[in-house]
Design a protein around this ligand. Sequence first.
Ligand code: FES
Ligand code: FES
Length: 157
Amino acid sequence: MNEIICRVNGRNTSFTVQGIKRLLDVLREDLGLTAAKEGCGEGECGACSVLMNGKLVNSCLVPAAAVHGADILTLEGLRETDRGRCIIEAFSDAGAVQCGFCTPGMVMAAEALLEENPEPSAEEIRLALSGNLCRCTGYDMLVKGVGLAAERGKGLW
Ligand code: FES
Ligand code: FES
């Protein structure tokens, strides 16, 4: 049994891991943070996306033991910030949320993109979202939503 100490959404957090457990399981089952979803469980859909030390990761592929000392940000933390509120509002205004299953992962992917590139082109947005699958929106509205967030959120990133 290993004790893992890390920061989750800005709070010092510790949990124990026995055997092989994924970050996604710890977030959902141990910490009650259920925004990250399990879609494929194989790193293909991005529904489980979170930021780890500022980088977008698929939490279904991250062994929980590997987050010792790391800084994890999930949608629950991001949505409490001006950046998170800006992205979520822009998605909603652009019609980028339909069934909502992909939305937490898409919002995290948008945050990772805007942190790196606050004024992305439509092509750059498409590329940044390409690891996240959406079965409902056909992507145009998602691209519009991220563009809208970038436009409205000047100075936030
Ligand atoms: S559930 Fe993690 S990438 Fe699909
Ligand atoms: S809104 Fe339904 S999967 Fe994207």
